[in-house]
Design a protein around this ligand. Sequence first.
Ligand code: FES
Length: 182
Amino acid sequence: MTDLQTAPGAAEPKRMCFNRRDFLILGGAAVTVLATYGEGAQAQQLVTSSYARKVIGKLSGLRPGVAVPFNYPTDDIENILVMLNEEAGAGVGEDRNIVAFNTVCPHMGGYMDASVFKPEYSVLGPCPLHLSTFDLTKHGMIVSGHSTASLPQIALELDGDDIVATGAMGLFYGYSRNPSGA
Ligand code: FES
């Protein structure tokens, strides 16, 4: 019996499906963890690089629609922390709407910052070089523009009032594999 066959009455096996994002992540990542999106049934498996935990903000200090810049996992990698107006993939908090993303466009390194965060649409962009725009509710998936990769997402956890970064999902622009961390 192959691993795709099931015994009579047994549940169908879950098939692992790799898209371009997963392929790129697997090429650069060293360690895997799981992240889920949606209401249980729509769990999505992502591969991430793990880094030292770092407190990047306070839950009590976050405001919906206001992006907070931070550096992680190294001092030269810039990201934003945001509280969206809707649930997001790998979001943390009571409403699963707190997420963080790298701000360097994965296409050709265009620099995006909090000024191009559009909370009304939960997107980051357009990138100033070729106008890529990324959906922050769907793990940074591109919604328009030239990029063929998603925006790297920072894995988060809550520890009381602390918002803690624990890793990164995706390959940072300019790296053939993600940095080993601070
Ligand atoms: S560098 Fe961002 S779309 Fe090309």
